[in-house]
Write a protein that binds this ligand. Structure first.
Ligand code: HEM
Length: 476
């Protein structure tokens, strides 16, 4: 259902909706900036500093325009591409930097590694990694769940993408890709603004890219020597179409992007879901009842996960309220009209999953975590888009869902998690991803099915209404 009232009608002589200000306000606090722009201007506007502009669009109609037309709206994910023959250029050349025919072809090939049949091969890795994480959990202790989920996903993503026969080598590459993504974020904001104050550190980034590329090329050689692997890289190496197979240069970009796209997005989704459940005892109770009914204490089989309908609703709702990918960007490739603006090629546009998911015209009480809303809510793909929408929609969505649907029940069958009272939980969007920027301290107990929320501090209260529904109803 698309709400047709969302676009603002504008007279020809009305001034254009433009905010003049620091463009760096956006990466400094993306959600605050998006909220301010939306409140001031409605569903389309621009922010301008010294003649440089970023355009912002909000809501399903503009999401549809920007996400469905790949010829007009190109993807350009990394700000710093490096020179033509550099490691940095090759590492930043994965799917999210490709457009047109090259994107279509590579996407088809990369998809092979994430189809239902292929992702079943990754189930043993998920089981090994979750068991190994939980082996360290001791009832009666406090743990930083954010750190646990980030480490767990670093190991799991490394083994899924690069294989389990050499876990430490795979883990080392994973770790390096994380460092490299972090450096990219520090040195350039998305694809739009390069901060001149840190220009001197480009050399560090380019040198690090050289080392990382050498490691990935070693791994590619290793995988080629030991053919028959079921990891994503081996599947990609063996993929071919009428034009042949993927070149080593393309493999380098694909490996880096797949890792970067999979690791923190899934880790954040795991952390947020555990946090939201812990702070909503009624929902945690429903979750626990369902897993106790259908599971027998161990890692769930695929048949068992299919019966976990409340678990599914919980994950969907968690990714609505706190979407790990909270905004993304496009660059115009041809002239186009965007609301009242006439854009020339090269214009940068931001759209936001977070803002769409919190629109009261689409979701009642949008800031409230309410998994059962999914019993009667059926949004269009441009109203609910945690994995993006249209022809560039996330190819890892089925894998991410598999990880979430097996890992969360495995944890919560064995352990009760509750937030450490009065701890701080804060968050910020870094490199398009909304994740905790503080520890998420939780007390771990043996699961006893008795749940209680706790007072927390931090800016998490700006993002989600942590009062439970019965409390809200009483207040109304
Ligand atoms: C909860 C976890 C995940 C979330 C929230 C997520 C979110 C997204 C989103 C929103 C996009 C579209 C970006 C855009 O349109 O600009 C995307 C694209 C992509 N994702 Fe994911 N993702 C997740 C997990 C994964 C995993 C596990 C992989 C596996 C490798 C993956 C690989 C990719 C790739 C390769 C693309 C680019 C697709 C293209 O351009 O055609 N993602 N993801």
């Amino acid at each position: 259902m698309i709400n047709t009232n969302l676009t603002i009608a504008r007279c020809a002589d009305e001034p254009l909706p433009i905010t003049h200000g620091r463009l760096m306000d956006f990466p400094d606090d993306p959600i605050a900036c998006l909220r301010r722009l939306h409140a001031e201007h409605g569903n389309v506007c621009a922010m301008e500093e010294q003649g440089q502009r970023i355009y912002f669009v909000f809501g399903p109609e503009f999401n549809h325009q920007v996400l469905s037309d790949m010829n007009t709206f190109h993807s350009q994910f990394f700000a710093i591409r490096g020179s033509r023959n550099s490691s940095q250029r090759r590492l930043t050349s994965g799917l999210l930097s490709m457009n047109g025919e090259q994107h279509k072809r590579n996407r088809r090939m990369v998809m092979d590694a994430f189809m239902k049949k292929a992702i079943l091969n990754y189930v043993p890795s998920i089981k090994i990694e979750v068991e190994s994480m939980l082996a360290d959990w001791v009832p009666g202790t406090e743990r930083d769940i954010n750190r646990d989920m980030t480490d767990f996903m670093l190991r799991l993503t490394s083994s899924i993408l690069f294989g389990i026969d050499q876990p430490e080598v795979a883990y080392k590459i994973g770790h390096m890709i994380d460092e490299w993504v972090h450096l990219n974020h520090e040195l350039g904001m998305g694809a739009f603004v390069a901060d001149p104050t840190i220009a001197g550190r480009y050399g560090d980034l380019l040198a690090y890219a050289g080392k990382l590329e050498a490691e990935i090329l070693d791994m590619i050689r290793l995988r080629k020597e030991n053919s028959g692997g079921t990891d994503a890289l081996s599947i990609l190496i063996n993929a071919h179409d009428s034009e042949g197979s993927i070149s080593d240069e393309e493999l380098v970009g694909s490996a880096a992007l797949m890792f970067a796209a999979a690791h923190l997005t899934t880790a954040h989704s795991l952390s947020w879901t555990l946090f939201l459940l812990a702070q909503h005892p009624t929902e945690m109770n429903k979750f626990h009842r369902e897993i106790s009914t259908h599971l027998t204490g161990g890692f769930p089989s695929l048949e068992q996960t299919e019966k976990l309908t409340f678990v599914e609703r919980t994950i969907k709702e968690s990714m609505r309220v706190l979407p790990a990918s909270s905004y993304s960007q496009r660059v115009t490739a041809t002239p186009v009209e965007l609301g009242p603006f006439k854009l020339a090629p090269g214009a940068g546009i931001v759209f936001s999953q977070f803002m769409t998911h919190h629109m009261p015209g689409i979701y009642t009480d949008p800031d409230v975590f309410q998994p059962d809303r999914w019993l009667h809510t059926n949004p269009s793909p441009y109203e609910y888009l945690p994995f993006g929408a249209g022809p560039r929609m996330c190819i890892g969505a089925p894998l991410a869902m598999l990880i979430l649907k097996t890992t969360l029940p495995t944890i919560l069958q064995r352990f009760k998690v509750s937030v450490v009272p009065n701890s701080e939980v804060s968050s910020k969007v870094i490199s398009t991803m909304l994740g905790p920027t503080t520890s998420v301290m939780m007390r771990i107990e043996k699961q006893d099915g008795r749940f209680e929320s706790q007072p927390v501090r931090g800016n998490i209260h700006d993002l989600v209404d942590l009062r439970e529904i019965p409390v809200l109803r009483r207040a109304a």
